[in-house]
Design a protein around this ligand. Structure first.
Ligand code: AHM
Ligand code: MG
Length: 341
């Protein structure tokens, strides 16, 4: 009988193991641990309304039990999974001001550190809109056997050995890269496995979707304003006007554009003079995947996101990501109109 069964996440990472840059099987195991944590979070996200888990982290529910907000819950799940893996010596999480150092004997020997946004799109959590987890893995710089240090985390995105996201949407998906292209898996709850669904993700070079919070329009840089107007102009030759789509959940907005072709922008604004998104937890991993799928990610001023040297754990950067030709066009407008400001 012909075997046309789909491959699971664990099977694929084992198959790819020999091609990993640090091929001791550690990275494969790590991705499996991330997959396991993602399943636990998926489960909780899906029954969030039922178990009354939504709400303030400090409040108690109707039974008098203390409630845990989903983002705090996700942070705990990933933290425990990473410590249990014994491969990770520390974590930087969007949920915590400082790095978390694992100082048990096993973890001190761990070769990797993890940067994570455990549940991104927090404003969408309580209203049943897609949310996501974003992660990024680096080889540590500090000596093995010692405690993780800040310098392990402040590496440019070019040093990522793996990165990915999980989207908890109409289905739950995981997309990751180890620098050998981007691969997508869809969660099959019936068998409790992430199954290979997008073998080699390639994003269109051109797209017709632009995603930006236009409520901030007045305080956008002139280049962004002009680019938005360009997107809205009528021009058959270039397939304009483009269509505007904005969920307000980076993973969901990025994932849609990755598949269909589009640009996502979070430029500087009045309330966020450096942009809103975080270099370590959001921009670097998403930029890595975008590039691996043939797309592009910059800060809008000609700087490749992955080459920015971080100086601070929670550093923010303006973010322009998506189809290569669309990011190039937005950059053109940014350059042309920057002098006028
Ligand atoms: P969060 O980390 O607090 O959830 O914020 C990040 C989110 C992104 O998912 C999303 O793209 C962006 O913030 C939306 O911001 P805004 O509501 O200002 O448009
Ligand atoms: Mg976030």
């Amino acid at each position: 009988m012909e075997d046309n069964r789909v491959l699971t996440l664990n099977e694929v990472v084992i198959q790819m193991q020999s091609a990993f840059p640090y091929a001791k099987g550690e990275l494969s195991r790590l991705l499996m641990h991330i997959g396991l944590a993602a399943k636990i979070v998926h489960n909780q996200v899906n029954k969030a309304g039922l178990v009354n888990i939504l709400g303030d982290a400090k409040s108690t529910n109707i039974q008098g039990e203390s409630q845990q907000k989903l983002d705090v819950y996700a942070d705990n799940v990933f933290r425990k999974a990473m410590q249990a893996s014994g491969i990770i010596c520390g974590i930087a999480s969007e949920e915590n001001d400082e790095i978390i150092i694992f100082d048990d004997d096993l973890s001190l020997d761990g070769n990797y550190v993890l940067c994570i946004d455990p549940l991104d799109g927090s404003s969408n959590i309580d209203v049943n809109v897609s949310i996501g987890t974003i992660f990024s893995i680096y080889h540590r710089l500090s000596p093995n056997g010692t405690k993780a240090q800040l310098c392990d985390f402040l590496q440019p995105g070019t040093e990522q050995v793996a990165a990915g996201y999980i989207i908890y949407g109409s289905s739950t998906m995981m997309v990751y890269t180890t620098g050998l292209g981007a691969t997508g898996f869809t969660y099959d709850a019936a068998i409790g496995e992430f199954c290979l669904s997008n073998d080699h993700v390639v994003t269109p070079e051109d797209g017709r979707i632009y995603s930006v919070n236009e409520g901030n329009y007045i305080r956008f840089p002139r280049g962004v304003k002009r680019y938005i107007k360009y997107c809205q102009e009528d021009d058959k030759a270039t397939n304009r006007p483009y269509t505007s789509r904005y969920i307000g959940s980076l993973v969901a907005d990025f994932h849609r554009n990755l598949i269909k072709g589009g640009i996502y922008m979070y430029p500087t604004t009045a309330s966020n003079p450096n942009g809103k998104l975080r270099l370590l937890y959001e921009c670097n991993p998403i930029a890595f995947i975008a590039e691996q799928a043939g797309g592009k990610a910059t800060d809008g001023n000609g700087n490749r996101i992955l080459e920015i040297k971080p100086t601070d754990l929670h550093q923010r950067v303006p973010f322009f990501v998506g189809s290569k030709n669309m990011v190039d066009k937005a950059e053109e407008f940014m350059k042309e109109f920057s002098e006028e400001e």
